[in-house]
Design a protein around this ligand. Structure first.
Ligand code: ADP
Length: 494
């Protein structure tokens, strides 16, 4: 029993990674899942498919590692957050597809609640904003649109869960209906001070308490598997939302430590320790994790278009064949040649918050080449991350000195160096970039006593660190032009 298995249920795929006693990955299996877009603005997943794919990759990962379920000391679960499933307690059947975090169908409900003046209370209790992104209005929508669901819920016949709850229910054959604090904190129903489901929030969103799972810490043995397909008797020992698991996988375990995941978007999270820090610039306050009695809080900020800017150059414009080509192209010129690309392809988030902004390229001259444009796209990822980073520093009152990076675009050395240059922080890239699954495995191993945080700190390995090399006057000029470009891209769509 020397292995830990991480279940990583993401928006686009279900994955399982098996780790040995040293927390080294020994096998990984992955299956993509179907995205259902029934109407514009709607995104759904089939919860049964999520389970089927997850149990398939579970068995595949064991097979690849040449292990049996008896070799697994514990399971850690990490998951796409906020995505909402409601199922029947008696049959375990979902009443409808899962409504995915990206789904905007309840945007008008949120606007109505805002107009009724509810946002201040919601923000004070949950640390979040009143937005369709979170679970509460999705639950209410399901109860009101699936025939008979509200009456069934009132009779206590239905269960709600984010994806972690759904997976634990399946793993335990309906024995456990639980979630962890990091997932509960994303529902808009959980009070992050009292650490309880909140009656006032339940009333506001019209959600019966009988639907809700029990809320547990992020690292403890909740129970054992009881599932015929994957086997019985394996301890389920950790649950954390994907970004929080990523923060833990980067071992950002003390106040002031921050990570950025450079994927389609860029996702920043900063551990604020035992302090809950409120934001007045649209960052989210959330729970990072609970281990034992200790609760760590986090500040979170996201950039909508990060690596997707490179994707757009590749697929939309056909400028190069692979995202990785961007590194060499960008390095083939000495600088951006005065070109600034504002990738506001879906509007701008923190700190500009302008849904009407659109993508724009400025500073084009007759000397501008494909390489300059590519360089500008890479730089735009870093400028946007820098803006959120400055907010994290300002709002937490503790300047970020080191940024730990992961995600698909973090392999790009140009990008990492430019981030260090303009943000004046040490940018650290670990050898294991699969930090989400790793974080879930770390949390599970802690729960079963396989390792301690100190031991993990000793095992954690840096691939490369990047430090500021650019003269301050160059940084100043770059940021000046970036802000000028952003100003001109704002308020475009009418
Ligand atoms: P997600 O999990 O959001 O799907 P990934 O973490 O797999 O994303 O990262 C994929 C994104 O990173 C894509 O948008 C892609 O354009 C970008 N990307 C991948 N490799 C590189 C690279 N070497 N340089 C720059 N961007 C890259």
């Amino acid at each position: 029993m020397r292995y830990i298995l991480a279940i990583d249920q993401g928006t686009s795929s279900s994955r399982c990674v098996v780790y040995d006693r040293q927390a080294n990955p020994v096998a990984m299996a992955q299956q993509t899942i179907t995205q259902h877009f029934s109407q514009p603005g709607r995104v759904e997943h089939d919860a049964e498919e999520i389970w089927a794919s997850q149990s398939a990759v579970f068995l595949q990962a064991l097979l690849d590692a040449q292990l049996s379920p008896a070799d697994i000391a514990g399971i850690g679960i990490t998951n796409q957050r906020e995505t909402t499933v409601i199922w029947e307690r008696s049959t375990g059947k979902p009443v409808y597809n899962a409504i995915v975090w990206q789904d905007r169908r309840t945007a008008d409900d949120c606007i109505r609640l805002k107009q009724a003046g509810a946002e201040a209370m919601v923000k004070a209790k949950t640390g979040l904003l009143l937005d369709a992104y979170f679970s509460a209005t999705k639950i209410s929508w399901l109860l009101d649109h699936v025939e008979g669901a509200r009456a069934q819920a009132e009779r206590g016949e239905l269960a709600f869960g984010t994806i972690d709850s759904w997976l634990v229910w399946k793993l335990t054959n309906g024995e456990l209906h639980i979630t962890d604090v990091s997932n509960a904190a994303r529902t808009l129903l959980f009070n992050i001070d009292t650490m309880q489901w909140d009656d006032e929030l339940l009333a506001l969103f019209n959600v019966p308490a009988s639907l809700l799972p029990a809320v547990k810490s992020s690292s403890e043995i909740y129970g054992q598997t009881r599932n015929r397909e994957i086997g019985a008797g394996i301890s389920i020992a950790a649950i954390a939302g994907d970004q929080q698991a990523g923060l833990f996988g980067q071992l950002c375990i003390n106040a002031g430590m921050a990570k950025c995941t450079y994927g389609t978007g860029s996702f920043l999270m900063m551990n604020t320790g035992l302090q809950r820090v409120a934001s007045s610039h649209g960052l989210l306050t959330t729970i990072a994790w609970q281990i034992g009695d200790q609760i760590h809080y986090a500040l979170e900020g996201s950039v909508f278009v990060g690596g997707a800017a490179i994707q757009w150059l590749r697929d939309g414009l056909g400028l190069f064949g692979q995202a990785a080509d961007s590194e060499q192209l960008a390095a083939s010129v000495a600088d951006n040649g005065g070109v600034y690309f504002v990738p506001a392809l879906t509007g701008l988030g923190a700190p500009h918050w302008d849904p009407h902004a659109r993508g724009a390229i400025f500073g084009i001259t007759r000397g501008t080449t494909l390489a300059h444009l590519t360089r500008a796209a890479l730089e735009s990822i870093c400028f946007q991350v820098d803006e959120v980073l400055q907010l994290l520093s300002a709002e937490s009152g503790a300047p970020v000195v080191q940024l730990r990076i992961d995600g698909g675009a973090a392999v790009n050395n140009r990008l990492a160096q430019f981030q260090a240059d303009i943000s004046a922080v040490e940018v650290v890239r670990p050898t294991n970039l699969e930090t989400t699954a790793l974080g879930a495995a770390y949390l599970a191993g802690i729960a079963i006593g396989l390792w301690t945080i100190d031991e993990l700190n000793q095992k954690w390995q840096i691939d490369r660190s990047f430090y500021q090399q650019m003269p301050p006057q160059d940084v100043k000029s770059l940021k000046h032009y970036w802000l000028k470009a952003v100003g001109r891209a704002k308020n475009w769509a009418e």
